[in-house]
Design a protein around this ligand. Structure first.
Ligand SMILES: Cc1cc2nc3c(=O)[nH]c(=O)nc-3n(C[C@H](O)[C@H](O)[C@H](O)COP(=O)(O)OP(=O)(O)OC[C@H]3O[C@@H](n4cnc5c(N)ncnc54)[C@H](O)[C@@H]3O)c2cc1C
Length: 472
């Protein structure tokens, strides 16, 4: 019988039989392990993989993809499962390929400010291990994500306003292609004008073009001085205007994050923040040499004051600073704690910063009309924010939340924005891709996918909405 006419169950069986010969103790079909790999942090319906394979090397990944390619079995790369658009939910008869055992730091080149790591390492672990070098890796999504997963979603976080996203901080990759072939992209140099930029192609590809096994990262010097402060505002527009002016003046703030009064109330309760009111709040961090920090602080304070800021409260000690930023990173859980039985979906719109105020006004109208509770917070220096829509965990509740999500995205797209600044497409944002990119660009993306993964085994159904049948 030709391979591709065998049933999906038979093909899967063939893959597992092949792989068990050399990787038996790395394959699990235990119900609890399959359950853990059936979903990320999204509201998207979960689906069990038939088996989970724990890769321990690039060669393991190659062996898995080569077998899956030969037998047409779908495979979903899994880092830490913190993605929030249904990215890691497996389709029917699929294998979940877990990279979390690949955690080695392969090289640290302190003089050149770069390092090479395996894809399953988390950014927290990397930073703890390289602390003595005086260097750090700045991209900081809220979840305990792997660096491979962060590459695959083109992640960013609170420090993107200063250091950029994964796109700016990855120099090269080792990638296993759908056929099992291993390639290296990029290198160690800061710039190169040779060839197509394959590194950028894989950054943000959500496991649909290849599986990343090694990452060459840019590192940065730990700043001499760090200083953090909070400024509250009676009026959200004043806060947004302050940030816009900070960016326009080129003040190199390390981080600037916004929470609206509803989110602030949730975070005060959840993170036991003392001395703050449930008002629109900006969290600032400044970094650099002491004199430079002082200059940034004075300029920022002047702008905030001119926009009716209610004064700066400083986090003086390292403990106070980390408590403040932990509260910011825990904002999702703080919102969730407002209604523990409910579900939370996070929007992730981004617009040119001058349009942020207009978008947020519209979003507040939509939230009010929906009758739902939806705290708002964001990486406001990038024009990117999240509305954490809290909804009942029922089909009607989910539909109501998706409806609100759709309205917010439509507003962002109408303002020349994007439906996702950092979380990615997964399943949750598929419906918006054609409006955002246009049919022509989507056609090029589909052609790339068809060339690189002709049997569509790599995370099928994610990132690209279904299009015309492939006839190549
Ligand atoms: C509380 C909370 C806060 C968050 N805050 C932020 C934030 O501020 N900024 C932000 O950007 N994100 C944020 N996220 C989302 C999430 O942390 C990121 O999307 C993260 O990059 C996912 O990494 P992961 O290792 O968990 O990947 P996973 O969820 O395991 O996988 C994500 C996608 O990448 C693919 N993938 C994983 N590993 C590989 C690999 N090695 N090779 C190829 N493909 C791979 C998967 O197939 C999937 O499509 C947050 C999530 C939570 C729960």
């Amino acid at each position: 019988m030709p391979e591709n006419s065998a049933s999906a169950a038979d093909r899967l069986h063939a893959v597992l039989t092949t792989l068990r010969a050399s990787m038996a103790d790395q394959i699990s079909t235990a119900p609890s392990v399959r359950e853990e790999h059936s979903h990320g942090e999204a509201m998207t319906a979960a689906h069990l993989p038939e088996a989970v394979i724990f890769a321990e090397s690039t060669q393991d990944v190659s062996a898995v993809l080569s077998a899956c390619h030969a037998h047409r079995v779908p495979v979903v790369a899994f880092g830490a499962g913190t993605s929030i658009e249904g990215h890691v939910v497996p389709p029917e008869y699929a294998i979940s390929l877990d990279l979390s055992r690949m955690t080695d730091i392969l090289a640290v080149n302190a003089e050149d400010l770069d390092c090479r790591v395996q894809a399953g390492l988390t950014r927290q672990s990397l930073n703890a291990q390289i602390r003595d070098t005086g260097l750090f890796f700045p991209v900081d999504p809220g979840g305990e994500a792997t660096l491979g997963g962060m590459c695959a979603t083109r992640a960013s976080g609170t420090a993107a306003v200063r250091y950029g996203t994964m796109k700016e901080n990855v120099l090269g990759l080792t990638v296993v292609l759908a056929t099992g072939e291993i390639i290296r992209t990029g290198g160690r140099v800061r710039k190169s004008s040779t060839g197509y930029d394959l590194t950028s192609l894989f950054i943000g590809s959500e496991g649909t073009l290849g599986v990343i096994t090694e990452v060459q990262l840019r590192l940065h010097g730990r700043p001499e001085t760090l200083s953090a402060a909070v400024c509250q505002f009676e009026n959200l527009h004043n806060a947004v205007q302050t940030v816009m002016e900070i960016i326009q003046c080129g003040i190199p703030v390390n981080r600037v994050e916004l929470m609206d009064p509803v989110q602030m109330q949730a975070s005060i309760q959840f993170s036991k923040l003392e001395g703050y009111r449930a008002l629109t709040t900006l969290f600032f961090e400044f970094a650099g040499a002491p004199a430079a920090v002082q200059e940034q602080v004075s300029a920022t304070e002047a702008l905030a004051e001119a926009n009716n800021g209610l004064g700066f409260a400083w986090a003086e000690s390292a403990e106070d600073r980390s408590r403040l930023w932990k509260a910011r990173h825990d904002a999702f859980w703080a919102a969730k704690a407002l209604a523990p039985q409910a579900r939370v979906i996070s929007t992730d719109c981004i617009v040119p910063i001058s349009r942020l105020g207009t978008l947020i006004d519209g979003v507040y109208q939509d939230i009010k009309a929906s009758g739902l509770r939806a705290p708002l917070l964001g990486h406001v220096g990038d024009g990117n924010f999240h509305t954490l829509i809290i909804t009942e965990d029922t089909p009607e509740g989910h539909a109501q939340a998706w409806e609100l999500d759709k309205k917010i995205v439509a507003r962002a797209l109408a303002l020349e924005g994007s439906c996702s600044g950092e979380h990615g497409v997964g399943i949750g944002k598929l419906d918006f891709l054609e409006t955002e990119h246009g049919a022509g660009a989507l056609g090029v993306m589909r052609a790339l996918k068809n060339t690189m993964d002709p049997h569509r085994i790599l995370n099928p159904g994610k990132l690209l909405p279904a299009g015309p049948a492939y006839t190549g």
